[in-house]
Design a protein around this ligand. Structure first.
Ligand SMILES: [Zn+2]
Length: 454
């Protein structure tokens, strides 16, 4: 069930929804783009990134601040670091004396990791690769610094967010389910942004998106690569020459495959730039103007195990400190940091992904990656232990839920409603509340299992 303001929104005319998107956008803008953001963005722009000594020093200071903060403010870390002299942790090498934070520990202890009460925090819901919903709390400063890093990355490619016209392909749900008109976008005037709904961005509708984009003429585009790919395919297949030329396109939230990149760059005749920035607050990994990925030393620390597993420390995680957190993702670090013609002393890295994102197939609306499933269920982190989505036939999806004590039938209804919104009403969803989701033999847990393709 959608809450009351959203039900009013759903039943309002589109001009009102644009206004609502702008007011809501303004509210978010204020918490994300305040004084700290502007101050930090300016500071990031002034630095000389070729100065390796300064960059490493800065990183060291940030590390000391974060460790001290976690130890003093987080009950979990007080206990976790018991018997360790925190003041002796000064360098990235010293960091190795602190224990590694495994995923299971975070799942079990997350509420005692928090350093601030939820009502004063910016809350971020995530669903990890094991299907476990988690709630991370961020301070206002965490969020604004995060946004500053993101926009500094865009600035390196000639784009100024909030000043330039932006088109975003978004997984937010702002198009009401019952809408008949082919109007799949809303305006957020407060940030010069037009939001395009990724839920409707499929082969059937791509033409409407292209026509609208061509009228809007954005300076830059960002969003989900799977949605942008549909638009790009349409442009290329119909040999459309756009009347505008974006400065750059920024891929977010999903895996950007080489195929996505080729198709999108060809359609829009501009570079696609990739970055990795997790919702938990991991250090930023961003593409530079020379097309290489650098790990940003000012945003955190990345260590690797012998198996190339990442151990991350995030400097924008004061609300839920993450220090030496083993994420389960893998990365290749260039030897000795690697040289790049862009001049940056920040290490060159190659994230390792075996394949693209897992997805499920809708009968009439195309493919949806695991990201959408996470949108549908992650906010029930207090009531769901684990969740999994399985598709064995084109018109049915099984949703397996391991419920916690506070789980209610209304949540089943709510997730079911989200599934109908994503996949359409011509499909069925078997909502199954189970004691324990069975583990597949010989394979690790996957959030999304698609058995359609053999
Ligand atoms: Zn570079």
């Amino acid at each position: 069930m959608r809450d009351l303001p959203m039900r009013i929104y759903d039943n309002s005319p589109i001009y009102f929804q644009n206004l609502f998107a702008s007011v809501e956008g303004y509210r978010r803008t204020k918490s994300r783009y305040g004084n700290i953001y502007f101050k930090y963005l300016k500071e990031l722009g002034k630095r000389d990134y070729s100065d390796a000594v300064y960059e490493k020093n800065y990183q060291q200071q940030e590390l000391q601040k974060l460790v001290k903060h976690a130890f003093e403010k987080s009950p979990f870390y007080q206990d976790f670091y018991k018997g360790i002299d925190i003041s002796s942790i000064k360098t990235v090498d010293d960091l190795k004396r602190l224990p590694v934070l495994e995923k299971e520990m975070v799942r079990e202890n997350i509420t005692s990791m928090y350093t601030i009460p939820e009502n004063s925090a910016i809350v971020s819901h995530t669903l990890d690769s094991a299907g476990i919903p988690l709630k991370f709390l961020f301070t206002k400063e965490d969020m604004q610094k995060h946004m500053a890093f993101l926009d500094f990355f865009k600035k390196q490619h000639g784009v100024t967010n909030l000043e330039m016209k932006r088109a975003s392909f978004s997984s937010n749900r702002f198009i009401p389910k019952r809408q008949q008109k082919k109007v799949f976008w809303r305006d957020n005037y407060s940030s010069k942004q037009r939001l395009y709904s990724a839920y409707y961005c499929n082969e059937k509708n791509a033409g409407f998106f292209v026509e609208n984009l061509d009228g809007y003429q954005p300076d830059f585009i960002d969003g989900l690569p799977s949605a942008l790919y549909e638009v790009a395919k349409y442009i290329n297949q119909h040999r459309i020459i756009l009347s505008f030329h974006p400065i750059a396109i920024f891929s977010t939230a999903e895996t950007l495959t080489p195929q996505h990149r080729r198709e999108i760059e060809m359609a829009f005749d501009c570079p696609v730039r990739n970055h990795y920035a997790s919702t938990e607050g991991a250090p930023f990994i961003t593409e530079c103007p020379k097309g290489r990925l650098h790990y940003n030393l000012s945003s955190g620390i990345i260590e690797t195990t012998i198996d190339k597993e990442m151990i991350i420390t995030g400097f924008n995680t004061y609300g839920t400190p993450l220090i030496r957190y083993k994420t389960g993702e893998r990365i290749d670090m260039a030897k000795d940091g690697g040289y790049c013609e862009c001049g940056s002393s920040h290490p060159v890295v190659h994230p390792l992904q075996d394949r693209g994102d897992d997805y499920l197939q809708s009968k009439s609306k195309g493919k949806f990656t695991a990201l959408y499933m996470s949108m549908a269920s992650s906010r029930f982190s207090d009531s769901i232990r684990k969740i999994q989505f399985i598709q064995n036939s084109p018109d049915v999806i099984d949703v397996m839920i391991e419920a916690a004590e506070s789980y209610t039938n209304a949540m089943t209804e709510s997730i079911h409603e989200e599934m109908v919104y994503i996949f359409g009403s011509d499909m069925r969803f078997n909502m199954r509340i189970v004691e324990e989701i069975p583990v597949q033999p010989n394979s690790k847990f996957r959030l999304v299992i698609n058995n359609l393709n053999g």
